[in-house]
Design a protein around this ligand. Sequence first.
Ligand code: PGA
Length: 246
Amino acid sequence: MRKVHIVGNWKMNQSLADINAFSETIRTMNDLKCEAWIAPQAIHLNILQEKSNTIKVGAQNCSNQNSGAFTGELSPESLKDMGAHFVIIGHSERRAIFKEDDILLNQKVLKALENKLKVILCVGETLEERESGDFKSILKGQLLNGLKDISASDKESIIIAYEPVWAIGTGKVASPEQAQEVHAFLREELKAVEALDAQATPILYGGSVKPSNIEGLLENTDIDGALVGGASLKGESFKELCELSK
Ligand code: PGA
């Protein structure tokens, strides 16, 4: 049985005052059936962790190196030291704005796993790619290249997130049927990764998820949770998402 994961991706948002208000609200989340995780800005990892003991915290990105002369980078080893539970790798904003390619992302995945961080590997197509017809081969490439050379001991540390780029921050959520179709495809492709158990690997959906559409998405066999941007910023909304996720 795959556990449902609700993961908030705060991107470069949330002031200290916002974090205080958020933590106050989610303090009352009890008896959750899902895993409730948040990736704040890395400088806020510890403060969020201290204030919100009902969630696990993680990072939105990490370096492909543990240490050295890499000004401005975020060491996976230090993230682990500071209590990070997971790291998001390959978010479409990292791919598009920071030009991160599959080779670099694979190095990041391996380095994060080496440091015992759980990895949420994101894959997703642009609208143009979807309309071109063969978007599934693009997703397959992102998935298999990203997971290259992982070992069986990492089996329980991998989570996949399908985030169609056209649905991120646009209010245009993929329909549950569209999402399920792609999730089933990704699970099938995961069978080619010998180190993983495709049936046991959680596949999350991301892109304009909110309390009003989460239940319809989670009703589908291959949708095991959500990676949520905008709707994870307010405590009330994040709490509702978690409570609706049984
Ligand atoms: P959104 O963002 O929920 O605001 O669409 C999702 C994401 O980018 O992870």
